[in-house]
Design a protein around this ligand. Structure first.
Ligand code: ADP
Length: 164
């Protein structure tokens, strides 16, 4: 599994699945969630409504509609509350569940945003370490290509450094 960092808008990526940093309601929001729904079109919200939400630390998959990506995996990251509320395990759960869903749907390439590091306030470097540790510990699968899609240069720099 090759892991590459890229500074980009995740909604432009032509991959099997992009991961969305969603809220438990799965009914859209700001940040990457807003961008994903705008780019995918109104049918995405319709499919999300039928899913009945998703618990924090887990994820659900939909079609990509007007996106270049075939699927969207809506992962619900934890709100940062200082680190003592299970945030690490919940964030790792997002990456693990997203990979498992991708695998089940025959996806071979996947792009992740920096889940929880926007409005949800997870410290950027700590979140990047959780993301990379979880990806590296994942059982081998048909997924051959992972893009870490950083929106800001600070996040891109952190990942570039950690990836060496
Ligand atoms: P959360 O609520 O999980 O913190 P946010 O959407 O607020 O989610 O932020 C998560 C990360 O996604 C942040 O690093 C933010 O800069 C980034 N982001 C926002 N828009 C996009 C986009 N279009 N493509 C990729 N990443 C984005």
């Amino acid at each position: 599994m090759r892991i590459e960092v890229r500074q980009d808008d995740i909604t432009t990526l032509e991959v099997g699945a992009i991961v969305n940093a969603a809220k438990e309601s799965l009914l859209g929001g700001g940040g990457v969630d807003g961008a994903v729904h705008r780019a995918a079109g109104p049918e995405l919200l319709e499919e999300c409504r039928a899913l009945g939400g998703c618990p924090t630390g887990s994820a659900k998959i939909t079609a990509g509609y007007d996106l270049p990506a075939e699927h969207v995996i809506h992962a619900v990251g934890p709100v940062w509350r200082g680190g003592g509320q299970g945030e690490r395990d919940l964030l790792a759960g997002c990456y693990r569940t997203a990979l498992a869903l991708a695998e089940q749907h025959g996806v071979t390439s996947i792009a992740f945003p920096a889940i929880s590091t926007g409005v949800y306030g997870y410290p950027k470097e700590a979140a990047a370490r959780v993301a990379l540790d979880t990806l590296n510990e994942a059982p081998s699968s048909a997924i051959t290509f992972v893009i870490i899609c950083a929106f800001d240069s600070e996040t891109a720099d952190i990942y570039s450094r950690l990836l060496g």
